[in-house]
Write a protein that binds this ligand. Structure first.
Ligand code: PGA
Length: 248
């Protein structure tokens, strides 16, 4: 499976950062055996798409409905109209701050698919849940309830992002990542059959140029969702290089 390396810019990025996005898209061309993308604030999507051409630009969330009285929200159709080709849904920062439930995330993933977008559905346990020995149960519950029934196919990726590893510099142990990704894979195959083998499972949480090679070598780690280390081409480059090397 080709590795999928996705930058998540979160609430970062204004006009002056378009040059950096162009630098990242130029860089991605040097790693043709890796699929890569950057998920940007909605305000930058159209300008970024204009600047980078074919390099995939995504959103970070979408509403579950196509249109309507939802002040401040952005639909999947709007992301697509702006030029996005993918979106993240169910990021833990949104699950926590916007109180998004699995059923919301599932509806958002369906909306993304209907709009022709690829979706990255995020799951992950908190530190309390891990310390209570519930990490597998929590994450498999999220996987079961956050993925639409029509999940089969390459439009979907799952990102396992332990909440305690996001933005903290603390990375999950490769053995724990291996266990979690194997369990997610087994759940996908049980539910979707052979199609479940094709859904890429990304790791996210403080992935960077120093740890990417080790994480991307773990079985069933089919890519990464990268926050801080995606904000500059310089930081993103070693992750793309590690992904290319791991696929060779
Ligand atoms: P991080 O963020 O790489 O800065 O930990 C990852 C994410 O939240 O997707």
């Amino acid at each position: 499976m080709r590795k999928f390396i996705v930058g998540n810019w979160k609430m970062n990025g204004v006009s002056r950062d378009l040059d950096e996005i162009t630098a990242i898209s130029d860089l991605a061309q040097l790693y043709p055996s890796v699929d890569s993308a950057v998920c940007l604030p909605a305000t930058l999507i159209t300008r970024a798409v204009t600047a980078v051409g074919a390099f995939p630009i995504g959103g970070q969330d979408c509403h579950m409905q196509r249109a309507g009285a939802h002040t401040g929200c952005i639909s999947a159709d709007m992301l697509s109209d702006a030029g996005a080709v993918l979106t993240i849904v169910g990021h833990s920062e949104r699950r926590a701050a916007q109180r998004e439930k699995d059923s919301d995330v599932c509806a958002k993933a369906e909306a993304a698919k209907s709009a022709g977008l690829k979706a990255i559905v995020c799951v992950g346990e908190t530190l309390d849940e891990r310390e209570a020995g519930k990490a597998l149960e929590v994450v498999l519950g999220q996987v079961a309830s956050s993925l639409p029934d029509a999940s089969a196919g390459t439009w979907l990726s799952v990102a396992y992002e332990p909440v305690w590893a996001i933005g903290t510099g603390r990375v999950a142990e490769p053995a724990d990542v291996a266990d979690m990704h194997a369990a997610i894979r087994a759940a996908l195959v049980t539910r979707f059959g052979a199609e479940g083998e094709k859904i890429r499972i990304l790791y996210g949480g403080s992935m960077n140029g120093d740890n990417a090679a080790q994480l991307l070598a773990v079985p069933n780690v089919d890519g990464g969702l990268i926050g801080g280390a995606s904000l500059t081409a310089t930081k993103f480059q070693p992750i793309l290089a590690a992904a290319q090397a791991s696929g060779e």
